[in-house]
Design a protein around this ligand. Sequence first.
Ligand SMILES: [Zn+2]
Length: 415
Amino acid sequence: MKPTITTQPLVNGDRLNQNIARLATIGALPNGGVKRIAYSHEDLQARNLVQQWMREIEMEVRIDAAGNIIGKYPGKHAAAPALATGSHIDTVPCGGHYDGAYGVLAGLEAVQVLKEHQLQLNRSVEVIVFTDEEGSMIGSKAISGRVINDPGYYRRPDGTDIYSCLKAIGGNWDSLATARRSSQDIAAFVELHVEQGPILESMNKQIGVVEGIVGQRRFNITVKGSANHAGTTPMSMRHDALVAAARVILAVNKIGNTPGQQVATVGKMQVLPNAANVVPGWVEMSLDIRDLSSLHIDSLLEQLRTYLEEIAVATNTQIRLNPCLHNEPALAEPQIQSAIARCCKKLNLSYTYLPSRASHDAQEMAQVTDMGMIFVPSEMGVSHDASEYTSPEQCVRGANVLLQTLIELDSELSK
Ligand SMILES: [Zn+2]
């Protein structure tokens, strides 16, 4: 008698990669990139195609008030909180084929494979296409209940208002509150995404198990010196704001380079009066600092404040640190992280744990329910560019991990 071979369902790699390529034709740019800005004609076309694909695999499709497309593959226990996955299909003005689209299409592929294997899970599986990830993240923010209650805030850069944008995609600003979800109807959310960074490639790992999405804080740093004649003011009598600012940049770089996974950047600077023959009197610059631990960011900022005081004394200037953005880290649920790691082992894939330093809809979903994220490598770490590339093999590996993770979580949650 032959031994029974238990095969785990695997995704259809050709179909997945064909769908990625097909979706990338909508909004295709001559340089190979994709332009599919949220609410644009191309976005609408892509949204229609994805809905058509959802219906072809007999998912129940609805659009919530925030315009999120929600496809559902019903489980055995219709009333039990669902397992959800998904991502976005809007792009930056010149994006690639994979950012967002990959996660949505891998979710659909996972559902199609479940159906083909006549595998109905205990829980329903939802694939969510979030509205405007690259801009306002209004889709996932409506689900988490964190939309700012001011339509003016969501006015588009081209001047169009949010009422008409949402209406065009089947949503409705006035009933946005109805889009809100809770852990009562979503038991877990897992987003599959390209890494958009160089870590996996540099470590030669096939899968990234995301530990969480880093917290981000932004500050305006102002340096007040005094402007004066660049010829007649002796070096010893200057209050040179730009010299102080240069030291501030080095101090920021120094805290960025202390042990840890943090990143710290001065990316923007304005000098006044910005003239060749005047000692600079005023500098305004940005500080962006990110880490998975809020406490660690606090201690780095404490260190930076000490440096700034020293620099101010040494340069006869006044330096101020004014907060302008504070996003808390969104941690991935340890139970989901270990489910993803187990699936990697089962599939014989190499993996590592890493933080996500880019924003994702998953960070909003972490407000709603247990969240996890799976990364696949991005060639040269490039994203938000036409040259963004993840190999077909890698796309298939990530999709298989997603499929297995959904199955794993379904059985784990049913225990
Ligand atoms: Zn994305």
